[in-house]
Design a binder for this molecule. Structure first.
Ligand code: G1P
Length: 276
């Protein structure tokens, strides 16, 4: 039912300078795979095959990554190295990719609105590639868990996890009533509140399912935290109409927008690969 996934990927990745000076942060690899490919594979696993990527200046490497490199194919064909390309070839054959550019950096809400032209009037998923998620053995990927939930609730969904109270200022934070195990009817959400103002310690992580009315709502959303147009503020309007649920996902999540999280993810996937 959810056919498209939007990837806001226009940010500068300043925390990873100088690595991100000429390389998009979404292309930083955890082991051998760039962050955005993990996201695309998660979307694919959820039955989504249309990827809509909001890029910006200096992000061309993303487009090249999801395309055939004829020179490389030619060099590697028939050699024992060919298997290195198997995974990415598989992704390229299974999905389509479309791109649009965000000209100005005006926040996540604005990035999502920029993607409207690639999405159209239908519910869609959003993945922030620097939140890298992996499924535990008993569950599918996070997005797959959320698309299943969408079939039941047919409203916007945000993925959440509990964070230490002193870290609420890094996230959108929700409050709400638990209506099923791990599922909340959201009644309030605040972008990056100080711990003392946070309505809970349930933080939004970079996985969303949004209903298309969100585009009109974003158009009317005034700049909020940091002077940026925040998706959290737009979602609050839907929440007030009882149209947002929050879902405590099953799985691991790494904040690869921070050096700490990136190193943790690398160690985690390295260990996982070694024990395969
Ligand atoms: C964005 C959102 C925030 C959310 C976070 C998840 O913030 O604005 O609500 O909790 O992603 O990663 P950013 O990390 O882009 O500053």
């Amino acid at each position: 039912m959810i056919k498209r996934c939007l990837f806001p990927a226009a940010g500068y990745g300043t925390r990873f300078l100088p690595a991100t000076k000429a390389t998009p942060k979404e292309m930083l690899p955890v082991l051998t795979k760039p962050l955005i490919q993990y996201g695309v594979e998660e979307a694919l696993e959820a039955g989504i095959d249309t990827m809509a990527i909001v890029t910006g200046r200096g992000k061309r490497a993303i487009e090249d990554h999801f395309d055939v490199s004829y020179e490389l194919e030619h060099q590697i064909k028939g050699t024992e190295k060919e298997h290195y390309l198997t995974e990415i070839r598989d992704v390229i054959t299974k999905c389509t990719f479309s791109y649009t550019r965000q000209i100005e950096m005006k926040g996540l809400g604005h990035a999502i609105l920029t993607g409207e032209t690639l999405i159209g009037p239908e519910p869609f998923a959003v993945i922030l590639a620097d939140d890298l998620c992996d499924n535990t053995s008993e569950a599918n990927g996070v997005l797959s868990q959320m698309t299943k939930l969408y079939k039941k609730y047919k409203c916007s969904i945000v993925a959440i996890e509990e964070v230490p109270k002193d870290e609420t200022n890094k996230y959108g934070v929700i409050s709400g009533e638990q209506i099923e195990e791990g599922i909340y009817q959201v009644d309030d959400m605040v972008e990056k509140p100080d711990p003392k103002d946070a309505p809970s310690n349930l933080a939004i992580i970079g996985r969303y399912i949004l209903t298309p009315d969100i585009f009109d709502i974003i158009r009317d959303t005034k700049p909020g935290k940091g002077g940026e147009i925040q998706i959290t503020d737009a979602l609050l309007l839907q929440a007030k109409q009882g149209k947002v649920i929050a879902y405590k996902f099953k799985g691991e999540r790494f904040d690869c927008g921070s050096i700490d999280g990136f190193v943790k993810a690398t160690n985690y996937f390295y260990k996982k690969q070694k024990t395969k």
